[in-house]
Design a binder for this molecule. Structure first.
Ligand SMILES: *Cc1c(COP(=O)(O)O)cnc(C)c1O
Length: 402
């Protein structure tokens, strides 16, 4: 298991300052290898869902591993092209976007999944059969009521509902559309492999309506462990089930299988290093205020996500319970009643699983700077984004009159 040692994290904090995001490229390589190994022998392509972490150095690294890239906005498409992905390895899975962006994506030559009948009609009028396109479908999968699986259910905004199949097929006939890909993405942190099997079932039921199909795109959402003893998506089992399903289907066995993992590729590679500003003892809790907040890592407040925290400055200290909070003027609790080795002012606290949706969701709220980002690849350490500065806060604002 590729992992950075506390000593190295301490050294990086000294070298680059805190708060600091550190990404361990060896871990990204390991995760990608796990996927390609499990699916060895099948016609499968992995599109890294880059909204999890778009630093161009990460994109370049992922490109060099051999993965393709999935984008959520036209600017992500442009970042991916900038990082050196050829257009045919870029996929734009849109949701609710303006038709202008779709036209721009066509002009850039990338693959596109369209998620509404409205945009599909516009696409048909403009491009007819000339530009191959994919469909983002909504499979209406609730998967045993697991609320985390939240983009594929029947009240979700994402995708064209499968129950609108007749309308969809009429549109395709009317404009002679060239449909080459069917896509579903049922949500994030899907541990249960059966959810993917169900999704495959939904797509297999309608496959025969799409004679020009070249691929089936099963989306992302593989779960990674957050806590000790936490489960993860069983990738070898997933591979086995997918191979079985596709192998047994007369049409599907000739199709390419696509996946769009985001979190799975980059979550565990990330370490977010903070320093302790203040310790405040109260009747309710001992508050540990770090030099960060939801301006840098919003997932605990936004999604109630659990991040392991390690005190790399005092690992042998006696265990105590703490409330780990930020320093911005909002309630920004990272962890409540968390047992840590005794924390002292100046200690370094490191948040794990910080690679995905960490820096990417950060902001300059409270006019604080955004953290720097560092990438560690074997023995190589590289600063890949500078900490923002006061000029960045002023950038774009019209200067005051003298
Ligand atoms: C966000 C997203 C993904 C990646 O989800 P993860 O949970 O990070 O794996 C994949 N596909 C689409 C269309 C997405 O929007």
């Amino acid at each position: 298991m590729a992992q950075l040692a506390p000593e190295q994290l301490t050294q990086l904090a000294a070298q680059f300052g805190t708060p600091l995001y550190v990404y361990h490229a060896d871990k990204i390589r390991e995760q990608y290898k796990q996927l390609t190994t499990a699916f060895n022998g099948s016609n499968v392509v992995f599109f890294y869902a880059c909204k999890a972490l778009t630093n161009i150095h990460i994109l370049r690294f992922v490109r060099d591993l051999g993965a393709n890239v999935d984008c959520s906005s036209i600017n992500e498409v442009k970042l991916a092209l900038h990082a050196g992905f050829p257009a045919q390895r870029v996929l734009y899975t849109s949701n609710g976007i303006s038709f202008d962006e779709i036209e721009e994506a066509v002009s850039l030559g990338v693959n596109i999944n369209i998620d509404s009948l409205s945009n599909l009609a516009k696409f048909g009028k403009r491009f007819g059969h000339n530009y191959p396109v994919g469909l983002r479908l909504r499979p209406n999968i609730m998967a045993g009521g697991n609320l985390k699986i939240s983009t594929g259910h029947d009240k979700s905004k994402f995708g064209i509902p499968v129950e609108q199949l007749e309308e969809l097929l009429a549109l395709i006939r009317e404009h002679n559309l060239h449909i080459t890909n069917l896509h579903i993405h049922t949500g994030s942190e899907i541990k249960d492999v059966e959810v993917f099997v169900k999704g495959i079932g939904v797509l297999f039921d309608i496959l025969h309506h799409f004679p020009e199909l070249r691929s089936i795109d099963l989306g992302g959402g593989f779960k990674v462990p957050y806590k000790e003893g936490d489960g993860a998506t069983d990738i070898p089992l997933l591979a086995q089930k997918v191979k079985e399903a596709f192998g047994a289907h007369p049409v599907a066995q000739a199709l390419q299988i696509w996946f769009e993992p985001g979190k799975f590729i980059v979550s565990e590679c990330g370490y977010f290093i903070t320093s302790v500003n203040v310790i405040k003892e109260t009747a309710a809790a001992i508050f540990v205020s770090v030099n960060s907040g939801f301006n840098h890592l919003i997932r605990p407040m936004f999604y109630d996500s659990f991040h392991r925290i390690i005190n790399i400055s005092n690992p042998q200290g006696p265990a105590k319970n703490y409330a780990v909070v930020g320093n911005i003027c909002e309630t920004d609790t990272f962890a409540w009643d968390r047992e840590l080795p005794e924390v002292r002012e100046g200690d370094l606290l490191v948040f794990l699983n910080a690679g995905a949706y960490g820096f990417e969701m950060s902001s300059s709220f409270n006019s604080r700077y955004k953290p720097a980002e560092v990438m560690v690849n074997g023995d190589e350490v590289k600063l890949i984004r500078e900490r923002s500065n006061f000029e960045d806060l002023l950038r774009g604002q019209v200067p005051l009159a003298p």
